[in-house]
Design a protein around this ligand. Structure first.
Ligand SMILES: Nc1nc2c(c(=O)[nH]1)N[C@H]1C(S)=C(S)[C@@H](COP(=O)(O)OP(=O)(O)OC[C@H]3O[C@@H](n4cnc5c(=O)[nH]c(N)nc54)[C@H](O)[C@@H]3O)O[C@H]1N2
Ligand SMILES: Nc1nc2c(c(=O)[nH]1)N[C@H]1C(S)=C(S)[C@@H](COP(=O)(O)OP(=O)(O)OC[C@H]3O[C@@H](n4cnc5c(=O)[nH]c(N)nc54)[C@H](O)[C@@H]3O)O[C@H]1N2
Ligand SMILES: [Mo]
Length: 698
């Protein structure tokens, strides 16, 4: 009974170098969720196994797992091994992410696994690999940010999205550092910056090329660095010659004076950083855009210099570790490539299988979702730690595809919008209830400790995967124990790019975390990368010529404005957790769309009216928030809600061809008034499962 469950722990801010004792609003409210009444405490299955529209009912673990195994076997028999797929999440611990990747390849023998990091880190990751030979969010400790004398922050709003990290930016500002923020909104981060550039969404690449054009023209290129540490500059120099300031101003809306000032601030500071986040990266040109900012950083000679360089600000709890150990369709643990014969041989040996049995690369998240239930696509899918129905682009289509599956199983803490469509729902443990490790944006591997047991009836994902593997006949390859899994991960990653071989639970504890690469027990770990060389075959960083392309959708008569999407401080991701937290509900009750007053006036929209947004894919309704902090041609909607307030009913699933990132941050939209301030807000409450066995009597 929940009444007898232990109280959630009191969260005490520890004095830790990354957050220096700070926690954000979501962190403070997280304990509320541990014993929340909506918590799933037993598996759920459909009353009629053959009918997904029949109600979900509580079931025992044996029955739930039987249904999953039966469905997997049926799909494999009818359509072959690749007809079963897995979808993971960057919130999973390293151990769980690793176990899920291995489960797909060893127990299911399917190439089809990908995860929500495609929506998050994939563009910057691809650019980092291309340019530096490695993808680690920051090649330096986060606290270096406070020491940088100038920072160009592109499409990143840490004041709202990473409050614990913001203190490093604030410390730099207090010490007189020049911060230039590039954002179509005058965001909380832009306030207090030295300079705010306000481009049209989707034009960051043109902006970067324009900045580099000026840096070259005005003699700011660090020629010895370019000659000694890089390759490919001449092609880039030639390409950006065509991006003279007037042209850049026409495309981006940023004036020549602002461009010049930006270059001057960056190039004359004794130390400088260029940082990107989702605003620059979640585009169909996201990889090339990240590359354009890397090109700028390289030309100014920044990567590898003290308190300087390029970095991407990672998102999810384990956004970094979650992308290193095999959840990606093309990847094996240690950031190895699944199509590299040497990598296959190494990992197969650790796993005790024949390399020939390892499947090849699968397809990316959106590509997999787009073909669910279609011949050649996945017919039975297992989802761990993602609420795809809310967070994937063009969610109406995704929902339709999920319904076309023969079988869907979802593991979650609450009944998410995605779980509500499943044949089988598995309740899982959350952060305070299990052991594991996470790797933060600095590449620092950290312990996450268990402080209380999961509620009775709840199993953790490691145990579930090991048990399912056992039922499928592969039990000897899997363990439910986090430290055992981590020790195997260390061996699997050994010699790879993200090398954890020397990192143990004891060391993480003793040293407040260890930075990878750490190839041996005696190795100190690597807080700072690139100081001597880059991990490319020739040791040099690579410039790459990249050119601006218009977004797949630009405004026209029917859809005259630009829609961009993102986050607000009070909600987290698909909202499955934060929409249930009482303390956050009070502060951000209604989903709101930000509109410039001029745009609102044109459509007769007043303060707190309801507004309908329409794109080629769907419609959604939000409460109007009139603000002159946004460009008059752009509207901003948060994506934290499902139902009628779902921003992803609107978004464009056009993919970046390199990273397969969808264009979350730009599409064409029409705006109209849909109701007055007194009309009921459209926010759809998260699904709740009414009958779980432990709640029938109270
Ligand atoms: N409160 C809260 N914090 C979070 C999360 C959350 O859901 N809620 N999620 C976490 C996760 S997973 C992530 S990935 C991070 C994301 O962290 P951020 O990248 O900081 O968050 P976003 O709000 O997606 O986008 C940042 C900014 O990009 C701007 N932007 C939109 N379009 C463009 C464009 O075309 N160009 C430029 N230059 N800027 C643009 C937006 O106006 C926004 O202010 O946050 C993490 N932290
Ligand atoms: N329009 C638009 N859409 C976006 C974005 C955007 O900027 N604009 N951003 C994208 C980005 S950057 C991201 S990261 C995605 C995030 O979108 P999602 O992948 O939907 O992320 P979450 O809402 O964090 O979903 C995680 C789910 O897993 C559950 N969960 C948490 N921990 C565990 C666990 O240990 N095990 C299991 N089994 N479940 C767990 C949570 O309750 C939650 O339901 O959204 C993307 N979608
Ligand atoms: Mo993210």
């Amino acid at each position: 009974m929940r009444a007898a469950a232990p109280r959630p722990p009191i969260i005490e801010p520890a004095d830790f170098p990354t957050n220096r004792g700070g926690l954000c609003a979501k962190g403070w409210s997280a304990p509320e969720l541990l014993d929340h009444p909506d918590r799933l405490t037993s598996p759920l299955v459909r009353l009629d196994p053959a009918d997904r529209s029949s109600p979900l009912r509580p079931a025992g673990w044996a029955e739930a797992l039987d249904r999953i195994v039966t469905a997997i076997r049926a799909s494999q028999a009818a359509y072959g091994l690749p007809s079963v797929g897995c979808f993971g999440g960057g919130g999973l611990t390293n151990e769980k992410a690793y176990q899920l990747g291995k489960f797909a390849r060893v127990a299911l023998r399917t190439p089809h696994i990908d995860y929500n990091g495609r929506f998050c880190m994939s563009s910057a990751a691809t650019a980092g690999n291309r340019a530096f030979g490695i993808d680690r969010g920051l090649p330096f400790p986060l606290s270096d940010i406070a020491q940088a004398r100038a920072i160009l922050l592109v499409g990143s709003n840490p004041a709202d999205t990473m409050p614990p990290a913001m203190q490093h930016f604030d410390a730099g500002r207090a010490a007189g550092a020049a911060h230039i923020v590039v954002d179509p909104r005058y965001s909380a981060t832009a306030r207090g910056s030295t300079l705010h550039l306000q481009p049209t969404p989707g034009t960051d690449l043109a902006l970067a090329n324009g900045l580099l054009h000026i840096a070259i023209r005005d003699g700011y290129v660090d020629e010895p660095y370019v000659a000694g540490r890089t390759t490919g500059f001449e092609a880039v120099r030639a390409a950006v010659a065509a991006w003279w300031p007037a042209r850049v101003e026409r495309v981006t809306g940023v004036s020549e004076a602002q461009l010049r000032r930006t270059v001057q601030l960056l190039a004359t500071a004794p130390s400088a950083m260029v940082l990107t986040a989702r605003g620059a990266e979640q585009h169909s040109s996201g990889t090339d855009t990240a590359q354009a900012y890397i090109n700028l950083a390289l030309a100014l000679g920044l990567p590898g210099k003290p308190h300087s360089g390029y970095g991407t600000i990672t998102g999810q709890g384990n956004g970094q570790g979650g992308r290193e150990h095999g959840q990606k369709a093309d990847q094996l643990p240690g950031y190895r490539r699944i199509d590299d014969p040497a990598a296959r041989a190494h990992v197969a040996a650790v796993w005790g299988i024949d390399p020939a049995e390892l499947p090849g690369p699968g397809v990316s998240a959106v590509e997999m979702l787009d073909r669910l239930g279609i011949p050649g696509g996945v017919r039975a899918m297992l989802v761990f730690a993602s609420n795809i129905v809310v967070s994937a682009p063009d969610r109406n289509r995704v929902r339709e595809r999920l319904l076309a599956l023969d079988f869907l199983a979802v593991s979650d803490i609450f009944l998410s919008e995605t779980a509500a469509l499943a044949d089988v729902v598995l309740p899982t443990a959350q952060w305070a209830e299990e052991e594991g490790t996470m790797t933060n944006l600095e590449g620092r591997v950290l312990r996450r400790k268990r402080v209380l047991p999961p509620p009775p009836g709840v199993l953790d994902d490691l145990t579930v995967l090991a048990t399912l593997a056992d039922r499928l006949g592969f039990g000897k390859y899997f363990s439910p124990d986090p430290e055992t899994v981590f020790d195997e991960l260390r061996r699997a990653s050994a010699g790879g790019i993200a090398d954890y071989a020397g990192i143990s639970y004891e060391r993480i504890e003793a040293e407040d975390g260890v930075f990878w690469p750490c190839p041996a027990a005696g190795h100190p770990g690597t807080p700072r990368l690139f100081t001597e060389r880059f991990p490319t075959p020739d040791g040099r960083a690579r410039f790459l010529r990249v050119d601006h392309r218009d977004p797949a959708e630009v405004p026209d008569r029917e859809y005259p404005y630009v829609l961009t999407t993102g986050r607000i401080m009070q909600q987290y991701q698909s909202g499955n957790q934060t929409r249930r937290a009482k303390s956050l509900k009070v502060t951000a009750a209604d989903p709101k769309v930000e509109l410039h007053p001029d745009l609102a006036r044109r459509h007769g929209i007043g303060v707190a009216d309801l507004v309908e947004l329409r794109t080629r894919r769907g419609r959604a309704v939000f409460r109007a928030c009139l603000t002159d902090t946004i460009r008059p041609d752009t509207v901003f909607a948060p994506f934290h809600w499902g139902g009628l307030a779902s921003a992803n009913a609107l978004t464009d699933p056009t993919l970046d061809r390199h990273s397969k990132m969808p264009a979350f941050k730009v599409c064409a939209v029409a705006v109209s008034r849909a109701g007055g301030p007194d009309d009921v807000a459209p926010a759809t409450p998260p699904p709740v499962h009414a009958v779980t066995p432990d709640r029938k009597d109270g």
